[in-house]
Design a protein around this ligand. Structure first.
Ligand code: FA5
Length: 328
């Protein structure tokens, strides 16, 4: 019996089967226990000898079961460690890294250019009052831009600013000239959206006020920006235009050569001019002159980067956006 039992113990593949073997030999009705019970029927001298033999057998089996159990446990731990171990030589799982949107990159570049020319940067509210968006900028009461066809109004009569120019007034109210200022930010118009018009877009506003600021300074500032963006060969064009808050007023364009195709064209960017005396009056300025310009940042990104439709900027299609990571 001993050898048979030891073989079975040694071969037990898991703790449960080992326990079954234990019950079979050492349990209440186990073979060893049964033999102990039979001792009563023996003669006293036989009984002592047999008792000692059976007890030895019992402790040998117990010892063997104990050892087998420990071996099985060690094996289980070894297997678990093996399954959890990390192969440090495998290549790592690369995390997907985000990037800045092309509009953000272009805006940062513009800010960098103007800061290097000594301009301050300010931002203003996108939800504006009629006063800052129109009245203080010399828009007459009946101007078409005040129509709901063109402009988003809130029910309490405020407007989603239609341009960044209201910050001209806000800034002048709280600062004394001379200063040079740029205002990047969002603007909103009730547009029929198409390839060049979005209902939400970005502008960059510039305002320079001092004692003898002239139209030449305005042209110089725009040319500096154009040169920084497109190199020495660029040119700047001003064509007369009407905006209520400047006089004289103009639309400006930059001559742009596509480095890939060699193609040249005028990039019409926005409006500019000398600050209208009525705007200075609204903020209580006297004895100074100034220029302002404002343009659509999308415009500046569309053509140079060969983007055919302004809507691509805001459809969050990564196939489009990923093409411009780190492009500026
Ligand atoms: C203005 O908004 C004036 N505030 C510009 C200005 C500033 C003039 C300072 C004088 C002095 P305008 O409405 O033309 O002007 O818009 C300027 C530029 O914003 C446009 O040339 C265009 O580049 C961009 N823009 C206007 N509407 C949209 C639109 N719906 N989607 C994308 N870009 C637009």
């Amino acid at each position: 019996m001993l050898e048979q039992a030891l073989r079975e113990i040694e071969a037990a593949p898991d703790p449960q089967q080992l326990q079954d073997i234990r019950v079979r030999y050492l349990g209440k009705r186990g073979m060893v226990t049964q033999e102990l019970k039979r001792l009563g029927a023996l003669r006293p001298d036989e009984r002592r000898e047999a008792g000692q033999r059976i007890n030895r057998l019992k402790s040998v089996l117990e010892e063997a079961i104990h050892e087998r159990r420990e071996a099985l446990e060690r094996e289980a731990v070894r297997r678990q460690l093996e399954s959890e171990s990390v192969d440090v030589t495998l290549p790592g799982a690369r995390l997907k890294q985000g990037g800045l949107h092309l509009m953000t990159l272009v805006t940062h570049r513009l800010i960098e250019i103007f800061v290097s020319l000594g301009y301050e940067v300010a931002v203003g509210p996108e939800l504006e009052t009629d006063y800052y968006n129109f009245t203080a900028l010399n828009f007459p009461q009946e101007h078409p831009a005040r129509d709901t066809q063109d402009t988003f109004f809130t029910t309490d009569g405020r407007v989603m600013r239609t341009h960044t120019s209201p910050m001209q007034v806000r800034y002048m109210e709280s600062h004394r000239p001379p200063f040079r200022l740029i205002v990047p930010g969002r603007a909103y118009r009730n547009e029929a959206v198409d390839v060049t018009h979005e209902a939400q877009f970005h502008q960059l506003e510039a305002l320079v006020v001092g004692e003898r600021i002239t139209m030449a300074d305005l042209k110089g500032a725009i040319t500096e920006m154009a040169t920084a963006l497109f190199g020495r060969d660029t040119r700047t064009r001003l064509q007369p235009a009407y905006f209520p808050f400047v006089e004289p007023g103009a639309e400006f364009a930059i001559w742009w050569t596509n480095p890939r195709t060699g193609e040249q064209q005028w990039l019409e960017l926005g409006g500019c001019g000398m600050v209208h005396p009525n705007v200075f009056r609204a903020v209580g300025y006297e004895g100074v002159t100034g220029f302002a310009f404002g343009f659509g940042i999308e415009r500046l990104a569309l053509i140079p980067f060969g983007i055919p439709d302004i809507r691509h900027f805001y459809q969050s299609d990564l196939r489009v956006l990923n093409q411009f990571r780190g492009a500026v």
